[in-house]
Design a protein around this ligand. Structure first.
Ligand code: ATP
Ligand code: MG
Length: 329
């Protein structure tokens, strides 16, 4: 008999709040692809459409975005023959398990999460129960598949801590066998915002480069990064961000640019344009592949239907186990 424990499960997802950006690609998708292409793992990748409603959204945009994110997944190299690719809303068990999990987490614990506090500042009029519950739903997304490895950016670490806490508590209180999930990190685990403050985010305007941006758009956006620094002196946060991009996209040229900066001879626009060109070169194959996939919407429908079926099968099993252990079945 095959030993179930030798196949490790992986789960990750991206909110359908807009079009994917460089941070999503480097911090999450690159890791998702690496694990998908490693036979030791069974990978499940969802579009986190239910998570989208935890912050204000437009119905028509959500409908479009969740499909666009899935197409982005496919164009980036997620392969339905190797991974279960699905829409979160197609598997009801996620929200069901989240409710069961919410019975063991206190309000105080959830209110103290830095991600909750940040989103409350971003949306002061919309600090909803759904927002407070976001990390509990995320724990359910992961644990419903008993996934032990989660390829996500560093901003998600506090949420993974919650997922581990829930796994531990559930195992202690109800005798379940949830793993304590850990993050699978990539080199681009934190991509800064183009504004020079905070991280690149779909929902923060002027912060991001989309995966579908043209060379012209990328050049314009990178040129807009504030660089006001006294040459040779302390680097501004915008300039530090530029060097983060340089490290990722033009690693062999970074030393030279640093030397120029220290000597006071650095031409910012030269550095910026070199970065923009390297970013575009990396995105070009993705953009070409995306056009092909988007022209075959029937194929996209098939991927969605097949993913839902396969994900549900695992999720239903876990819900059954948990309800039995909790005395509800
Ligand atoms: P939103 O503003 O709606 O929260 P987001 O840009 O933060 O959007 P998410 O859908 O929350 O994107 O996150 C999707 C994945 O991308 C997660 O794994 C997250 O850690 C990763 N990610 C998001 N932003 C960055 C970033 N700037 N650098 C690296 N990884 C990131
Ligand atoms: Mg986010």
């Amino acid at each position: 008999m095959e030993d179930k424990k030798t196949i490790k499960r992986v789960l990750s997802g991206i909110r359908a709040t807009g079009r994917l950006h460089l941070g999503n690609y480097l911090g999450a998708i690159k890791g998702m692809i690496e694990l998908q292409n490693n036979n030791e793992y069974e990978t499940l990748y969802m579009v986190a459409d239910v998570h989208t409603i935890t912050t204000p959204y437009k119905i028509e945009e959500l409908k479009i975005n969740r499909r666009e994110v899935l197409i982005d997944y496919l164009a980036a190299g997620l392969n339905p023959k190797k991974s279960i690719i699905f829409l979160q809303a197609d598997v009801n068990e996620h929200t069901e398990l989240a409710f069961l999990f919410s019975s063991i987490m206190t309000i105080a614990r959830m209110q103290h999460l830095p991600t909750f506090k940040e989103k409350v500042i971003q949306y002061p009029q919309n600090a909803t129960m759904a927002l407070l519950n976001y990390p509990i739903l995320m724990a359910a997304d992961i644990l419903i598949y008993k996934a032990g490895l989660v390829p996500v950016g560093i901003d998600q670490e506090p949420h993974l801590e919650v997922a581990r806490e829930i796994a531990r508590k559930m195992n202690q209180m109800y005798g379940t066998d949830f793993p304590e999930p850990v993050r699978f990190a990539t080199k681009g685990e934190y991509i800064p915002s183009l504004t020079g403050e905070g991280k690149m985010s779909k929902t923060v305007i002027n912060s991001f480069i989309n995966l579908t941006d043209s060379l012209e758009e990328i050049r314009k956006k990178i040129r807009s990064v504030p660089t006001a620094s006294v040459a040779g002196g302390e680097m501004s946060s915008g300039l530090k961000s530029l060097f983060t991009f340089a490290n990722l996209f033009i690693p062999t040229e970074v030393e030279n640019y640093k030397k120029e900066f220290n000597a006071g001879t650095l031409q910012f626009v030269k550095l910026k344009d070199a970065i923009a060109e390297a970013i575009f070169a990396e995105l070009k194959p993705f953009q070409e592949s995306r056009e092909k996939i988007a022209s075959d919407q029937k194929y996209v429908d098939e991927v969605i239907a097949d993913g839902a079926k396969r994900a549900r099968k695992i999720a239903q099993q876990t819900i059954k186990e948990v309800k039995q252990k909790m005395g509800l079945l």
